[in-house]
Write a protein that binds this ligand. Structure first.
Ligand SMILES: [Zn+2]
Ligand SMILES: [Zn+2]
Length: 347
């Protein structure tokens, strides 16, 4: 399936996801309230406003967390760590002056795919992105550190660790493909409050990648068409140095973003350190705009595919009705808002 969509008077009416066939209809959502969709999120904000938690509750959360410093023995053996000296401008030195590490990686205690299927090796990994559990001056157990709050160089270091794990998983001949996956917030499937992401090696080509690879073979220009359409609809967030990010009207969720390196067909681990910083930087700027909102992202890589990331935000209600979604008609305004923030024009 190639790109199918309809534009009238410069506005997108509908677009079909070229991989899944799901059709998104652009509708007016500005007046709609999201209090119900984001109930949990709102609840937290309200809770903090009401004076927050007893400090003891915050202490208990740290004591219970298997990802906090001092609890290294609660996870499988460490594969690698980055020390504070290895993470440029780490912002946690005041909160954790004696942190033994900033980033840590180990096998997932609960592998996504059973190790028996990848020659007996567990190819599911966890990256703890920061030693800090909470944001500065937390008032509630819900004031958690989130990925968009990390410094840009720090986030690039985290993506660098993901690249090393991708390489490690790919060195297993029983692994067919590897995905980097982030769940932010319980609404998106995160099971641990401490900021972390995953790298998952699969014995076969992962289904989402298989569909994309097939579409790519049939329509080699598909990604360029997506970028051109984003340009026409004023949905580009940033473009330059071989990486483009845009609001994707045909994403999996009603608010989705793509970060694509249209001319780079390798894996995350094939990027030079400069290319990795460019790619991670573009991803980080979208994440920092989205802040603590519940979201997920995946970095996709596969034979013939341009390296890319999908970010799916749980803001507008997700309701798939017989293969159709509603997307907000004002996506170009959202793209303009993030461009202004990136350019420092507003906060
Ligand atoms: Zn923790
Ligand atoms: Zn993809």
């Amino acid at each position: 399936m190639s790109l199918a969509y309809q534009i009238r008077d410069g506005h997108l009416l509908w677009i079909r996801n070229p991989f899944t066939g799901v059709t998104s209809y652009a509708v007016e959502l500005r007046a709609k309230s999201f209090a119900y969709t984001l109930r949990q999120h709102h609840h937290r904000t309200e809770h903090a406003a009401q004076g927050g938690d007893d400090p003891r509750r915050l202490q208990i959360a740290l004591e219970e967390c298997p990802f906090c410093p001092g609890h290294e023995d609660r996870s499988p053996a460490e594969i690698l760590r980055l020390s504070p000296a290895e993470v440029a401008q780490w912002q946690g030195t005041q909160m954790l002056p004696d942190a033994p590490w900033v980033v840590r990686a180990f096998n997932n205690l609960f592998p996504r795919i059973p190790g028996e299927l990848t020659a007996g090796r567990n190819e599911s990994y966890v990256i703890v992105e920061d030693a800090r559990h909470f944001l500065d001056n937390p008032r509630s157990v819900h004031d958690l550190l989130y990925t968009g709050a990390l410094g840009e160089a720090h986030f690039a270091a985290v993506v660098g660790v993901a690249a090393r794990l991708v390489e490690r998983a790919m060195s297993n001949p029983a692994v067919g493909s590897v995905v980097v996956r982030k769940n932010q917030g319980p609404e998106s499937g995160a099971s641990q409050p401490h900021v972390h992401q995953q790298v998952i090696g699969s014995p076969s080509i992962l289904p989402a990648l298989e569909i994309e690879m097939r579409a790519q073979r049939e329509h080699p220009n598909l990604w360029n068409e997506m970028v051109e359409l984003a340009r026409e609809l004023k949905l580009i967030v940033e473009e330059g140095d071989g990486v483009v990010s845009y609001v994707n009207p045909a994403g999996t969720f009603p608010q989705s973003y793509d970060v694509v390196a249209p001319g780079f067909f390798g894996a995350l681990s094939d990027l030079t350190s400069e290319q990795l910083r460019t790619f991670a930087g573009a991803l980080h700027r979208v994440l920092s705009f989205l802040g603590p909102l519940p979201l997920d992202y995946e970095i996709h890589q596969g034979e013939g595919l341009p390296l890319h990331a999908h970010i799916n935000v749980r803001l507008f209600p997700y309701s798939n009705v017989a293969g159709t979604l509603n997307i907000p008609r004002h996506l170009p305004e959202i793209a303009a808002r993030i461009r202004r923030q990136i350019n420092g024009e507003d906060k």
